[in-house]
Design a protein around this ligand. Structure first.
Ligand SMILES: NC(=O)c1ccc[n+]([C@@H]2O[C@H](COP(=O)([O-])OP(=O)(O)OC[C@H]3O[C@@H](n4cnc5c(N)ncnc54)[C@H](OP(=O)(O)O)[C@@H]3O)[C@@H](O)[C@H]2O)c1
Length: 207
């Protein structure tokens, strides 16, 4: 699990653990907004999951500290640049994912769930282009994937808007690519449903 300490990542880890998955979170030593989360916080936050610490931008660390030579079934990523500035976006949203994908494949991963964003459909900004570029790498990887593209309705950086997956979400078009369940639940359930595999899935809430 990459990006476990983010807004959607934290909820996704809880959902994965609740579903009985064995979850390994790969985090940096000082995580969270402003690096406020330390080891003890993360142990508490990710109760039921394993926390491993390293540098997601360093392939050596990813392999040595993250995967640790073990076999894994799936890679779930809510990893995203916190700043969105071009250098960070390309380093995190694209390059770190490329490294992780390669190492994950070596570790036996056959399924990848990637949290992306609806805005990549009109990729004007660097972070959108970086996300889209990795989506393409994933699509061409030959692995089974689900790319989730939520609309911007949950706030990650400032916490000004409460996480909205608690809100009632009911009406969506009857298209199998559209989803009416909250992102964390969706991220964790879809890997087990073949119709969602090898697709971009658009999460569009209504309230
Ligand atoms: N927020 C929205 O409204 C919205 C809407 C649509 C789509 N999305 C997309 O959904 C995804 C996740 O969003 P979110 O709101 O959960 O994001 P977030 O709260 O900003 O979380 C980002 C995650 O990426 C990690 N990360 C960033 N830079 C890192 C680095 N250098 N090294 C290690 N980890 C790093 C963060 O770790 P640290 O805790 O260590 O910083 C955190 O776990 C993104 O792709 C985002 O674009 C968001």
């Amino acid at each position: 699990m990459l990006g476990a300490t983010g807004t959607i990542g934290q909820a996704t880890v809880r959902a994965l653990v609740a579903r009985g998955h064995e979850v390994v979170c790969f985090v940096r030593p000082r995580a969270g907004v402003g690096g406020q989360l330390q080891a003890a916080d993360m142990a508490r936050l990710f109760s039921g999951a394993v926390v491993r610490v390293g540098d997601v931008q360093d392939p050596v660390s990813l392999a040595r500290d993250g995967f640790q030579g073990e076999r894994f079934d799936a890679l779930v990523s809510c990893l995203a640049s916190r700043t969105g500035v071009p250098k960070d976006a390309w380093a995190i949203d694209h390059q770190a994912h490329v490294h992780a994908l390669g190492i994950a494949r070596q570790a036996g991963v056959s399924q990848v769930v990637l949290l992306s964003a609806i805005c990549v459909q009109k990729p004007l900004l660097a972070f959108q282009q970086a996300k889209l570029a990795f989506e393409q790498v994933l699509i061409e990887s030959g692995l089974t994937y689900s790319i989730v593209r939520p609309t911007a309705f949950f706030k990650s950086l400032s916490g000004q808007i409460r996480p909205s997956w608690h809100a009632s979400v009911a009406t969506t078009p009857p298209n199998p690519c559209w989803c009416s369940t909250p992102p964390p639940s969706f991220m964790t359930r879809r890997p087990h449903r073949p119709p969602a595999a090898r697709r971009c899935l658009i999460f569009m809430p209504t309230w």
